[in-house]
Write a protein that binds this ligand. Sequence first.
Ligand SMILES: Nc1nc2c(c(=O)[nH]1)N[C@H]1C(S)=C(S)[C@@H](COP(=O)(O)O)O[C@H]1N2
Ligand SMILES: [Mo]
Length: 423
Amino acid sequence: MAERQQVLSPSRRGFLTGGLMGAAALAGTGLARASEGEEVITEIQDWNRYPGDGVDARPYGQPSQFEAHVVRKNVPWLTSDSISSINFTPLHELDGIITPNGLCFERHHAGIAEIEPGSHRLMINGLVDRQLVFTMADLKRFPRENRIFFLECAANSGMEWRGAQLNGCQFTHGMIHCVAYTGVRLKYLLEEAGVKTAGKWLLAEGADASAMTRSIPMEKALDDCMVAFAMNGEALRPEQGYPIRLVVPGWEGNMWIKWLRRLEVGDEPWEQREETSKYTDLLANGKARRHTWVMDVKSVITNPSPQAPITHGKGAMVLSGLAWSGNGAISRVDVSIDGGRNWHAARIDGPSLPMALHRFYYEFDWDGSELFLQSRAIDDRGFIQPTKEQLRSVRGPNSIYHNNGIQTWHVDGEGVVENVEIS
Ligand SMILES: Nc1nc2c(c(=O)[nH]1)N[C@H]1C(S)=C(S)[C@@H](COP(=O)(O)O)O[C@H]1N2
Ligand SMILES: [Mo]
């Protein structure tokens, strides 16, 4: 062993030593089983005996047939049709921080627009020096950027405002996805058109049948917004706005206009339906807060959760979840297994990027007793995820949007998990 290590670079040697120490530390956890009786390994299986499909059988790869249950799901009673509706990302089936393209939740107000990119244009008009129209080819001649961001609908967890309702993190927290976008800074396009001094607001409009429109302050538009044409390395999916969508980092999903067709520069907000009657926060006194754009610090335990119960019995256990903040990166996640009495620092693993999902883990020995699982995220601006009780005391009982309260899962002795609230 010592001889072989001579030929390895110091860093590689360090890796090997670390690996061996790791193996030694893991020995005796009882996590593996004796080979007797495990016929699936001692007897040859069909897939080990016969050749499989050739290279061209699957020109666009799909997940294993044994993962067919990993799909977006909707809640039929939430909306009266599927055209103006929503479905949810299966968070309990995913790991890491990136959402696969086919599993990103969908929110449409008039169904999916199927746009032929050659017939798509992006227009900039209003208070600009030059009214412009861009083709897709034009857009791809501007300098590009790659950025990973979460998109969360402001209505995510809205059904949970008054109390525990839906049994699964897919439904309570699944109006979120996080992908790597490729696109052009909105700033470059606006500079091309020349924003007039009075131009303080931007109206973004979609090319779908709902012609969705939102007002965006010019500071944000010039700061970090993008016009994206790719997600996770390939063209946007039609569900996510093919051929282009607006990316508004850290801000509520409704502003991320899909199938983007027009940007109008103006001197004040347009007060569209989506920023007055919708996506405002009704307070106890009957007044509503508007322009609450930032998605505040939030987290959820994805495993275990109601759709992902503990099936292995007591002993070594990996708890996992997601944390995010529209204000920046996540600096800490705490986990409680006793309903918030004691908190333990979770381990954040993977990239820690501003306005992106963060993956956390907490490993512990489950003694088989009932648990009240909670997670609490803290962002690098110092904001701490509040309890639902704290949120209700500030905003009253009738709010829907921007529920970033702490979620509680109850685990019984059998490992069955339920959505609950502790009072
Ligand atoms: N053109 C258009 N853009 C849109 C919408 C829409 O219906 N039409 N829905 C908005 C809402 S409410 C949300 S939460 C996000 C959802 O994005 P997704 O479908 O990629 O998850 O898109 C936003 N952009
Ligand atoms: Mo939304």
